[in-house]
Design a protein around this ligand. Sequence first.
Ligand code: HEC
Length: 102
Amino acid sequence: MKFSLKYAFAVVLVIVVVACSPKIKTTTTTPAPVTDPIMLAKITEGKSLYETNCNKCHELHKPGKYNEQQWTKNLNWMAPKAKITDEQKATIFAYLSNNAKH
Ligand code: HEC
């Protein structure tokens, strides 16, 4: 029961992210702060996933240390090491990209 609720929530998140992404992409300079509550929930979840999955082999790297592109690369590299799902990877990316270097 707990799992299926969580899954449904994740599906909604994915839909929202997909639906909203063209708007995000059109910003040229500094993106506007995230105000959408579902996106904020995802960022918060991403932070906790990051803090529990990414410090097993090394200290946590500060999100502001890399830009979005570098985080994409780093996450693609580290996800198999951390044995996280694609969904968890996307959630962690939401947190990291929201706090990434510009
Ligand atoms: C199984 C061990 C392991 C886990 C789990 C792990 N990493 Fe790493 N990570 C490494 C190793 C090994 C390196 C390269 C050597 C180093 O910097 O210590 C590295 C390096 C990095 C770097 C530096 C990349 C660079 O360009 O120098 C980043 C950023 C990073 N990891 C992020 C993450 C994130 C995000 C996660 C969680 C999804 C994660 N790591 C989980 C082993 C791990």
